[in-house]
Design a protein around this ligand. Structure first.
Ligand code: GLT
Ligand code: MN
Ligand code: MN
Length: 387
């Protein structure tokens, strides 16, 4: 593959949210710097840069106070824009964080009417997503958290979250929408602390639901990196549990606010392991870029940003192929990781007895170096293009 081949194609399943390329560069310290791009024009922009899909919150497309007939007209026109530009809608979600009604959270707010309204709003967003053909429904509980834990018992928040997700699963069955729910964790921002701060926390929560098979996770690079965690490990755990229903790709320096940087722009080595993992295991879901252009950019810069996300993914994919095929890398791996899984098999009292009777030569087992320095340098050589 030569650099001219890093062209996005539909089979790569690259998607962007309306809120990502549509981000106007507003932050807590400054006004918007870019014009609003109407949703149908965002679809055109995405087609122009070579994306496959567009994702949306209900209110990215339909204003929260739209009348039913306005809603229907907007949806009709959006559908025809998608069709015209050959863009699909793989994922839909619901905005449970922007409106002041959610200042204390949505599914976990203290006011039970707010909690019920959040469920109702999500049901309507599911209807919208289904109409647009989405099969994945993301739930990101941005406001589900606290600044002070004086406000409620945190286990009650977990119970209310469970009641909501259980209800929505039943609605999904009732309406035959066929959605898979993907729960997205984040440690903080906009709340001081958000419940379910990591992908791992959600993986634990999912097993307590009435329909765990219908619910998985949507890990985001930035969110695990904010917590100083290894994103690939979180993704791998989700994958191994059969729960990687969606993924939010971007980048993030640890210990900062949620930066949502262009994919691979901050931690390219970590993102190399991520792309290698997704490609090695054959993840075939959308590669969704949940990021936005620097505030310095105009609309042309937004296109540079979007093209950059996809280009970097494809470069890293090509590097992963090269890494997997590298003779020296393969030799080292065969030596140090020749039997990657399995060691005691399934328990029986018989094999437990023989395991207990086995003698291990600890000295011999620990004598040899593992060549990980060499392995890592070979990785760096591959990544920096000298190998
Ligand atoms: C918001 C958030 C993202 C979530 C989106 C889905 S909205 O931009 O920062 O991480 O994925 O609700
Ligand atoms: Mn996200
Ligand atoms: Mn983010």
């Amino acid at each position: 593959m030569s650099s001219s081949d890093y062209q996005p194609k539909p089979e790569h399943k690259f998607s962007f949210g309306l809120w990502t390329v549509g981000n106007r560069g507003r932050d807590p310290f400054g006004e918007a710097v870019r014009p609003t791009i109407p949703p149908n024009d965002i679809v055109a922009l995405l087609a122009e840069v070579g994306a496959w899909g567009v994702n949306l919150h209900d209110n990215d497309l339909v204003p929260i106070d739209a009348s039913p007939s306005e809603r229907d007209r907007i949806v009709r026109e959006f559908k025809s824009a998608c069709k015209r530009h050959g863009i699909v809608v793989p994922m839909a979600t619901v905005n449970l964080f922007y409106d002041p009604v959610f200042r204390d959270g949505a599914f976990t707010a203290n006011n039970r009417d707010v909690r019920a309204y959040a469920v109702q709003k999500t049901m309507r967003a599911m209807e919208l997503g289904a109409e647009l053909g989405a099969k994945i429904f993301v739930l990101w509980g941005g406001r589900e958290g606290t600044e002070t834990d004086a406000c409620r018992r945190p286990d009650h928040a977990v119970k209310n979250l469970r009641e909501s997700v259980n209800y929505l699963c039943e609605y999904n069955i009732d309406k035959k929408y066929g959605f898979k729910f993907a729960l997205e964790a984040k440690p903080n921002e906009p709340r001081g602390d958000i419940y379910m701060p990591t992908t791992g926390a959600y993986l634990g929560f999912i097993t307590t639901l009435d329909h765990p098979e219908m619910v998985g996770v949507n890990p985001e690079v930035a969110h695990e990196h904010m917590a100083g965690l290894n994103f690939v490990h979180a993704v791998a755990q989700a994958w191994e549990a059969g729960k990687l229903f969606h993924i939010d790709l971007n980048d993030q320096y640890p210990g900062r606010y949620d930066q949502d940087l262009r994919f691979g722009s901050a931690t390219p080595k970590a993102m190399f392991w991520l792309v290698k993992f997704l490609e090695d295991v054959g993840y075939d879901g959308p590669r969704h870029f949940d990021a936005h252009a620097y505030r310095t950019e105009d609309v042309a810069g937004v296109k540079d940003f979007a093209r950059g996300c996809m280009r970097t993914y494809l470069i890293l994919k090509e590097k992963a192929k090269r890494w997997n095929a590298d003779k020296e890398i393969r030799e080292i791996l065969a030596e140090v990781n020749g039997s990657p899984t399995g060691h005691v098999g399934k328990y029986s009292s018989q094999n437990a007895k023989s395991l207990l009777n086995r003698s291990f030569d600890r000295a011999a087992l620990s004598q040899k170096g593992l060549q990980y320095e060499r392995l890592d340098q070979l990785t760096i050589d591959v990544l920096l293009g000298v190998r």
